[in-house]
Design a binder for this molecule. Structure first.
Ligand code: ZN
Length: 437
């Protein structure tokens, strides 16, 4: 790629990092206005739309000559917080040092915002227009706290402005070196969230005479031990099955546990990344009991974060909980959050394009579908526009997920300049590949 595009991507990313958009409160306006000016100068029609003036979303459009599909390059410009004392560069410096751009958002996900914008602007400035359809760039506010001012607000209030047929967002494109080959992860699905509380009850009493009461907190102990001992059995859905098959780890019997053991023997670092894709996960995270140190609690509550693969729901979550807590009773289960995961087809024209593009860059590489254990704005867009194919894909070339995953939401978040350049080239080729011209 030419030097000008690389330096434009690096410069735009540094500038975006310097706008502090830690959410809450987000305060994305200055960053969005900066981006809008960049896009407008290149020939895009831009609109800033927000629930509040401080937190607009940017929609930038480039129309083609004929009607046709809409390709949306999506991202968000808010970030999680950063603790400067833990960093070796100021998190809002956007420093370029040692071949990296440093700062909060360098991976999640101002890098993708910058790469998408520079790709789109460079095409538009050169006079390119879609042969058919529309190129849309949407930069959102408020992803990190759930999208109430971002994706959810925008799709509910201005659906016609962001309706799209193809969408590319965060949640994929990272690389894994495994058994001498490179795997590109294509984010096709996101797990659902089925959080719950387990309640126990007893009898309150003075804590100086414990036998006068019946301690509800102690009744959580056997439940916690069950969660410590095991996870539910694996439940292989289409995406992890395709992933394990693509890397040659799954035998015809479809035994996911055996496949994971095979993977672990070759590359133990892959196990914690892969295992959440294979089924329902249960993670107890909070306990509440007595308000007072000298009162035996009559009520106690254990809160569990439960994630369920796309395509599965409450019935599978209940089965997983029953399996792990088998034989235990004396508790009451209360759902606190139930949101289904969702997915896009593994096979699509966009998947074909991505696989072909990867093959041209690296003939030996594999492109395999993955399930994101968490969730992104893609879920909101898939729900709002069921015909839309949405993937997470920000391709890296140099740094593997073993290096980049721990930096996301962590200290010293940074991106290799060569990876930023690689992704910028990809978004350019994707726009031309899907929209022609
Ligand atoms: Zn993100």
């Amino acid at each position: 790629m030419d030097e000008r595009l690389r330096s434009e991507s690096v410069e735009l990313l540094s500038q975006l990092i310097r706008f502090n958009t830690v959410n809450p409160p987000g305060n994305e306006r200055a960053a969005q206005e900066h981006l809008a000016a960049h896009m407008t100068a290149a020939g895009f029609e831009c609109e800033l739309l927000g629930r509040t003036p401080e937190r607009p979303n940017l929609i930038a459009r480039l129309h083609g000559e004929q009607p046709g599909p809409v390709l949306c390059l999506l991202s968000h410009v808010d970030t999680v917080l950063a603790t400067p004392g833990e960093w070796s560069h100021d998190p809002w410096s956007g420093d370029v040092h040692d071949g990296f751009v440093w700062g909060r958002g360098a991976l999640d996900m101002k890098s993708q915002t910058a790469a998408e914008a520079v790709a789109a602007c460079s095409l538009a400035r050169a006079g390119w227009r879609p042969a058919r359809g529309t190129l849309l760039l949407v930069s959102l506010a408020d992803e990190e706290t759930g999208g109430g001012d971002g994706a959810r607000w925008l799709t509910a209030n201005h659906a016609e402005k962001v309706r799209c047929d193809y969408l590319v967002n965060e949640g994929g494109g990272g690389i894994i070196d495994y058994a001498g080959r490179r795997i590109y992860c294509l984010g096709c699905a996101e797990k659902g969230v089925f959080r719950f509380a387990l309640h126990t009850s007893g009898v309150a009493a003075h804590a100086s005479m414990p036998r006068l009461g019946d301690n509800a907190l102690l009744k959580l102990a056997p439940l916690l031990e069950r969660f410590a001992a095991r996870q539910p059995s694996y439940h292989l859905t289409a995406e992890p099955r395709a992933f394990l098959e693509a890397i040659g780890a799954l035998e015809p019997d479809g035994d996911a546990a055996a496949a994971l053991a095979r993977v672990g023997a070759l590359e133990p670092r892959l196990v914690p990344l892969l295992e959440p894709m294979l089924g329902v996960s249960l993670a107890p995270t909070r306990v509440f009991a007595s308000e007072k140190v000298n009162v035996i609690p009559s009520q106690a509550r254990l809160v569990v974060d439960c994630r369920v693969p796309a395509g599965l729901g409450e019935a599978e979550a209940l089965a997983a909980i029953a399996e792990v807590l088998a034989g235990e009773d004396g508790y009451r289960l209360e759902w606190t959050e139930r949101v289904m995961g969702n997915r896009s087809p593994i096979e699509s024209p966009m998947a074909d394009f991505i696989r072909g593009w990867i093959a041209r860059q690296d003939a030996e590489a594999i492109c395999a579908p993955v399930v994101l254990p968490g969730f992104t704005d893609s879920r909101t867009f898939r729900d709002a526009f069921p015909q839309c194919t949405a993937y997470g894909f920000f391709p890296h070339r140099v740094r593997t997920r073993f290096e980049t995953d721990p930096l996301i939401h962590g200290a010293d978040e940074r991106i290799d300049v060569r990876d930023l350049e690689f992704a910028t080239g990809f978004f350019r080729d994707l726009a031309v590949g899907l929209l022609g011209g």
